[in-house]
Design a protein around this ligand. Structure first.
Ligand SMILES: Cc1cc2nc3c(=O)[nH]c(=O)nc-3n(C[C@H](O)[C@H](O)[C@H](O)COP(=O)(O)OP(=O)(O)OC[C@H]3O[C@@H](n4cnc5c(N)ncnc54)[C@H](O)[C@@H]3O)c2cc1C
Length: 394
């Protein structure tokens, strides 16, 4: 008999897990997704960038493994010879620091090198030589990813996992999960709003920013909250050759988007207060005033050529923010024999979905995976009060 697994949530985490379960372990995976249009899912509203510049080696390991997977995604996720194309580019991330932040970059550098990240520290003079369009007047240091960092088409990755999963026998069902039928330490079935019940040998909770209330039904409310992020799409006549994804000391970020070289994405640290309700306020509620009053002036201060930019459009989405330590929660749910989760990735879940999906599928199926083990991300750390705090949250 095939092992059967029901997954709640069909975003990139749920779809990746289903794909690896079906493809690599012969598991019968059923994914319950209440909105197949993914209108509010983080996975369809993501900036979909990948980096190695984390403070935690566990995050670097997951992103390095995922990067290798993304580079060969055409072979990994092809269906009947039709290979997905994600447009992965690797211009790097550039973290900038004033004198106040330089010590942090310096302290993280050996950690990143030891974990296999290809990063270099650059002085203001080196920054100026490499990026002549950058205002370095107030800067003391930069940390640049020399390879293995960039961006890709995240929604296309979600669809590629979904398509491959279905090709390998997984079912995606439109259903709104509301709770679980349990006996002792075992989840027997996922219960849905319309009365349907999905029985399985194991259950994976991957409902993104909506995971907390469902997890409460398992006796442990995961500290995962919706945090709204605005992304602005900018047009500019400026040319910024070699532009990486830049993280300013103020917290704002920008990166090129698309092949023209004249379109950029940008954002700033989110508005308070949070946590928000992932169903409210409407995602269309973009903070245009903050763009005009704060983000644009800050962009132009860092890159004088941005004086002439024009806002093309904007969108907003929710981070599934883990308020405990800003890292994913992945592994077995404490106290349960057959309940697992993958949620709370706090703004770096798109890039880690390949590694997390592969490792979690192996854990659930009792098989093996080449991906890094998920021990560091285990939800058990919530009960042990051992945070795995990630300092580099964008
Ligand atoms: C603006 C923005 C920028 C980002 N930038 C980056 C980036 O540059 N790099 C990066 O790595 N990550 C980034 N992220 C984060 C990344 O997109 C997320 O970590 C990732 O997409 C999370 O995937 P998920 O599957 O856990 O959640 P989701 O994609 O939200 O999927 C969860 C799914 O569960 C479904 N669901 C919820 N409740 C139920 C229920 N009761 N029953 C059935 N289905 C349910 C939802 O409909 C949803 O489709 C960004 C996110 C945002 C919003």
């Amino acid at each position: 008999m095939k092992l059967s697994v029901v997954i709640v949530g069909g975003g990139v985490m749920g779809a990746a897990t289903a794909c690896f379960l079906a493809r690599d372990h012969g598991v019968q995976a059923t994914v319950l997704e209440r909105d197949p249009s993914y209108a509010r899912a983080s996975s369809s509203l993501s900036a979909s960038s990948i980096r190695q510049q984390f403070s935690q080696p566990a995050n670097i390991a997951l992103s390095l493994w995922s990067l290798a997977f993304l580079r060969r995604v055409g072979e990994e996720l092809a269906v009947d010879g039709d290979a997905p194309s994600l447009g992965l580019v690797e211009p790097g991330y550039l973290y900038l620091a004033t004198a106040a932040g330089a010590a942090t970059l310096q302290a993280q550098h050996p950690v990143q090198l030891a974990a296999g990240a290809d990063v270099a520290l650059l002085s203001p003079t080196q920054l100026q030589q490499r990026f002549p369009w950058l205002n370095t007047d107030d800067l003391a240091l930069g940390s640049l990813g020399l390879s293995g960092e960039g961006w890709f088409d995240g929604p296309a990755l979600l669809q590629a996992f979904r398509r491959k999963a279905i090709h390998c026998g997984a079912h995606f069902v439109q259903a709104d999960a509301v709770g679980f039928a349990t006996a002792g330490d075992t989840v027997q079935a996922v219960l849905c709003r319309d009365g349907r019940r999905f029985e399985a040998d194991a259950m994976v909770l991957a409902a993104g920013a909506w995971s907390a209330p469902l997890s409460a039904g398992l006796g442990l409310r995961l500290p995962v909250h919706a945090k709204k992020r605005d992304v602005f799409v900018l047009d500019t006549p400026a040319r910024l050759p070699g532009c990486p994804l830049v993280i300013d000391p103020s917290g704002l970020w920008f990166r090129p988007d698309g092949p023209s070289g004249q379109r950029f994405l940008a954002g700033a640290p989110p508005r308070e207060p949070w946590p928000g309700d992932p169903d409210e306020p409407p995602l269309a509620d973009i903070d245009h005033a903050a763009f005009e009053a704060q983000l644009w002036p800050a962009l132009a201060a860092r890159v004088p050529a941005f004086e002439a930019l024009r806002m093309h459009s904007a969108w907003a989405g929710y981070y599934e923010m883990n308020s405990f330590d800003h890292n994913g929660l992945a592994g077995v749910m404490p106290g349960w024999r057959n309940a697992y989760t993958a949620c709370g990735f706090s703004g770096h879940g798109m890039q880690q979905a390949p590694a997390v999906g592969s490792a979690l599928a192996a854990l659930v199926a009792g098989g093996s995976s080449g991906a890094p083990a998920l021990d560091a991300l285990s939800p058990q750390r919530l009960l042990d009060k051992r945070p795995l705090r990630e300092a580099n949250i964008i």
